[in-house]
Ligand binder design. Structure first.
Ligand code: ATP
Ligand code: MG
Length: 249
């Protein structure tokens, strides 16, 4: 079994935080090894997992383009595979790949096609692949030739982040792959709860599970970089995330 989970939502709502928590729960729940893919150009997943990034996929794209396969006698596919290994941070229970900055003026279609193939093959070595996305779905549609087992939509109780979920939800309906399960996470809930008008944009959306995570000091600590997700108590509802995603080992 190799399942794929994608975390999406507006900037700053807590995607990487929830992704890090989910990786911890997956490892503790017997779903190791996990392949964590940080697909946000503003990469922050690594420190939350207690890791440092050595190289990103964006960097190796350029290097692969520059390599002259016919001179070295090694195919571009093989060169890419070797370079992907250089980007891989290996840790206990999970490996981490960081996408890095989006593309510039160079055309990377060719390398991206190779990349899609390589990632798809690589995924077979893991019980779970978790993709921490930017708000758009670009990387997701690029990287994925397979169906998505669960998409986790993260939102704060604000109108703008709820509308962002609505847009991504609508987009997910038109993806060329099946999204098997959809989970909504209301994050950073304060004592006054979630106002009705903030819920309204999502009234027609059908989520398999909805989880409400309170504003939590430990979750705040995660972004400071002094603590990682494995050394903090998680707020109760976060522990339900793995089940909500339909992912018990
Ligand atoms: N439940 C929570 N309680 C308190 N703070 C939280 C909670 N969830 C996330 N945070 C904080 O909110 C901030 C944004 O979180 P995070 O980096 O996970 O968001 P993101 O959606 O990945 O952001 P970006 O779009 O920039 O990648 C961080 O400072 C994080 O510590
Ligand atoms: Mg993030």
């Amino acid at each position: 079994m190799s399942v794929i989970v994608a975390v999406t939502g507006k900037g700053g709502v807590g995607k990487s935080t929830m992704a890090a928590c989910l990786i911890r729960s997956a490892i503790e729940g017997g779903l190791a090894p996990v392949l964590a893919v940080d697909a946000d150009p503003n990469s922050t997943l690594a420190p939350m997992l207690g890791q440092k990034v050595t190289a990103t996929i964006s960097e190796i794209r350029d290097e692969v383009l520059k390599e002259k396969a016919n001179v070295t006698g090694i195919s571009k596919e093989r060169i890419l595979e070797m370079k992907l290994q250089e980007c891989m941070v290996e840790a206990k229970g999970f490996d981490l790949l960081t996408m890095g900055h989006p593309e510039g003026p160079t055309c990377y279609c060719y390398v991206n096609t190779l990349l899609r193939g390589a990632l798809s093959t690589m995924r077979a070595n893991y019980k779970m692949t978790l993709v921490d996305n930017e708000a758009g779905m670009e990387h997701l549609s690029r990287m994925n030739t397979d169906n998505i087992d669960c998409m986790v939509f993260v939102t704060e109780p604000t109108i703008s982040s709820t509308w962002a979920v609505k847009r991504t939800y609508d987009l997910s309906l038109g993806l060329p792959v099946e999204v098997r399960r959809k989970v909504l996470v209301w994050n950073k809930i304060r004592a006054h709860g979630i106002p009705e008008n903030v819920r309204e944009p999502l009234a027609d959306c059908q989520f398999d599970e909805v989880i409400e995570v309170p504003m939590d000091e430990n979750m705040e600590l995660l972004s400071i970089g002094t603590r990682d997700v494995f050394s903090l108590p998680l707020p109760g509802p976060v522990n339900r995330l793995l089940d909500a995603c339909g992912l018990r080992a």
